[in-house]
Design a protein around this ligand. Structure first.
Ligand code: NAD
Length: 251
């Protein structure tokens, strides 16, 4: 199996529509042991959704904007695992004001940047004490090379996120840790539905040579599992597109 014996930390399981839920499911099917994170009011929801996985995993508290949570993460994880082979960052949030580009406040933009971009660095550093034997960090982006209708400061945050991935690859490579992103096409999750006019993304399939199903998180999740495995040993700082081929097409 692709992840036989691997120990993974998976953030971002909110509902069974979450991309992270499908990564956790496939990872367990491929032999991994998984610990989830959640926070605040969503903690109990994650605990209940976790029961739908093949094996019910432990859930630990982690709000990536809470420094105390980050500082104590490794210590709290040691109750469940002695090390980590991989970490999935599947976290995104921006306040409603961040989806109005010209009128957004710095507070709106700053929250988007902290929770959706800086958090990749925060999570990696928090997990580092458990990754002394190396491993793989994987995150999820929506292609930040172009401006989208309505994505606005979340799009700017994704550009920062993609750059953060490259700097993490630079600084963690010598420790044997790879950092890569999956650039997924639109998927109808809770976070996606909070984007105004998300239904505009329904046209994605028309420009994708392979077509695109907004209800299917599995293609993106499979790529995450592959990147978490030992089958990309010399790949880091990379962005793998799982978007039906949309990014490679003109008209
Ligand atoms: P989702 O709503 O299921 O997951 C988002 C997760 O972020 C939730 O579990 C939420 O609890 C978590 N989160 C928010 N603020 C947090 C904080 N302060 N600390 C810790 N966790 C926090 O949605 P999703 O679509 O599965 O999103 C997962 C990732 O995939 C995000 O980075 C998103 O930008 C990315 N992505 C999504 C799409 C899409 O169309 N759904 C496309 C490309 C990339």
């Amino acid at each position: 199996m692709l992840l036989d014996g691997k120990k993974l930390l998976i953030t971002g399981v909110l509902m069974d529509s979450s991309i992270a839920f499908h990564v956790a499911r496939l990872a367990q099917e491929q032999g991994a042991e998984v610990v989830l994170t959640s926070f605040g009011r969503t903690f109990r929801i994650t605990q209940s959704i976790a029961k739908r996985l093949p094996v019910t995993p432990e859930v630990v508290e982690l709000d990536v904007s809470n420094q105390e949570h980050l500082d104590t993460l490794a210590e709290r994880l040691r109750e469940h695992t002695d090390h980590l082979d991989g970490v999935l960052h599947s976290i995104g949030f921006a306040p409603a004001g961040a989806f109005d580009f010209l009128n957004a406040t710095w507070e709106d933009a700053a929250t988007a940047l902290q929770v959706s971009a800086f958090s990749l660095k925060s999570l990696a550093v928090a997990a580092l004490p458990l990754m002394s034997e190396g491993g793989s960090i994987v995150g999820l982006t929506l292609d930040a090379q172009q401006a989208w209708p309505v994505y606005d400061w979340m799009g700017v945050a994704k550009a920062a996120f993609e750059s953060t991935n490259r700097y993490l690859a630079r600084d963690l490579g010598p420790k044997g840790i790879r950092s890569n992103l999956v650039s997924a096409g639109p998927i109808a999750t809770t976070a996606a539905r909070s984007i105004p006019m998300f239904e505009q993304f329904e046209r994605w399939g028309e420009r994708s040579p392979l077509g695109w199903d907004l209800k299917d998180a599995e293609p993106a999740a499979k790529a995450c599992v592959a990147l978490l495995s030992d089958w990309f040993p010399a790949t880091t700082g990379e962005i793998v597109h799982v978007d039906g081929g949309f990014h490679a097409m003109g008209f």
